[in-house]
Design a protein around this ligand. Structure first.
Ligand code: PEP
Ligand code: MN
Length: 362
């Protein structure tokens, strides 16, 4: 009864709540695992909706591909016990119709499906007239237009545009880096610019690929003003049949969520707004100065180009370029700038400078 009350409170107006928290197992595996995870998540009182994969898109055809339709019975039991709504991944119209028939409150389009306009259109056609939340994950590739296209297909059929949400789960890469799917935050921010009214959730589980970094990535999402998180959890993560390394127990989830600070993006506080305005004015002035200086620097590059041309000297002179880099990078600490940043800026200046010299010489 206690669980039920906590869950019902959260269930109201999920669209208006910030942050929205969705959690649940990567895959539905058994009745026991599903109901145990569902109820433990409800008991935290911090989760608004359950996620669980019924059909799993796997790289290897011989691996576990989800329990299929029989898993809905266990999700429905979890929902009956707790009052928490649930959602599953769909990749075609049959999945969507089956999920709706079993009372799913949400479906998400996975990264592998978002990249396929045929599948997205099929799902879009099937949601016509159905009141259900549709979360569109970013595609595997760093292709914002593909993500945008998928969202537009769903929006064209959705009864209510507020039912369509974005999920940022990072982008595929070759080999292993810090992240399983590097977030490339600027791409998600660009997507938000294209859909300013749309709710966007971060999926730190699929970005990280491990439990350890979930809190850090979640905080970053909070600081970038995301509307919520979708995090994988399992009553016994070590035994999970899919994505075992990145799932957390409901208890760890509660700890992670408690540690996140959600700051507000806007305030009416006059003092704050004025202080911000002053800083922004100063930044705008400095940016203008920086680029005016760059412009002067390029004029000098062109002068050098003319001198080199008259004397038949090559544009690129390694020794000089190395000396410039060394001199400026030795000041990194004094300026409080990272070596990486100085190198990136210098590289950009160098390319521009060569282009200017080239224009003069050829
Ligand atoms: C999932 O959410 O379990 C999943 C398969 O995600 P993605 O499509 O982001 O890989
Ligand atoms: Mn997963």
């Amino acid at each position: 009864m206690r669980i039920f009350a906590a869950a019902m409170k959260k269930n109201d107006n999920i669209s208006d709540k910030k942050p929205v928290i969705i959690s649940g197992p990567c895959s539905v595996e058994s009745r026991e695992q599903t109901v145990a995870t569902y109820t433990a998540l409800a008991e935290t009182g911090m989760v608004d909706m359950i996620r669980a994969g019924i059909w799993k898109p796997r790289t290897n055809p011989n691996s576990f591909e989800g329990v299929g339709e029989c898993g809905f019975e266990w999700l429905e039991e979890g929902k009956r016990l707790t009052g928490l709504p649930f959602g599953v991944e769909v990749a075609n119209a049959r999945h969507l119709e089956t999920a709706v028939a079993h009372g799913a409150d949400m479906v998400w389009i996975g990264a592998r499906t978002t990249g396929n306009p045929f599948s997205v259109q099929e799902i879009a056609d099937a949601i016509r007239g159905i009141d259900i939340k549709v979360l569109v994950k970013n595609p595997l590739t760093m292709d914002i237009a593909l993500w945008e296209g998928a969202v537009r297909r769903i929006l064209n059929s959705a009864d209510n545009p507020e039912n369509v949400w974005l999920v940022h789960r990072g982008f595929s890469q070759m080999g292993n880096g810090t992240f399983r799917n590097p977030p490339m935050w600027h791409l998600a921010i660009e997507m938000r610019r294209r859909f300013p009214e749309m709710t966007i959730l971060c999926d730190p589980s699929h970005i990280c690929g491990n439990r350890e970094n979930i809190a850090t990535v979640s905080q970053k999402a909070a600081d970038l003003d995301y509307d919520g998180l979708i995090i994988e959890s399992h009553c016994c993560p070590q035994q999970a049949l899919t994505d075992a390394a990145q799932q957390v127990t409901p208890e760890s989830l509660a700890e992670i969520l408690t540690g996140i600070i959600w700051r507000t993006a806007n305030t009416e506080n006059r003092q704050f707004l004025e202080a911000l305005e002053r800083c922004r004015y100063e930044i705008d002035e400095l940016d203008s100065e920086i680029f005016a200086l760059m412009s002067r620097r390029m004029e000098i590059s062109e002068q050098i180009g003319r001198i080199k041309k008259d004397n038949d000297i090559t544009i690129l002179q390694d020794q000089r370029w190395n000396a410039i880099q060394e001199r400026l990078m030795s000041k990194a600490a004094e300026w409080g700038l990272s070596l990486e940043f100085i190198r990136d800026v210098l590289d950009a200046i160098h390319v521009e400078s060569i282009n200017h010299q080239n224009k003069v010489m050829n």
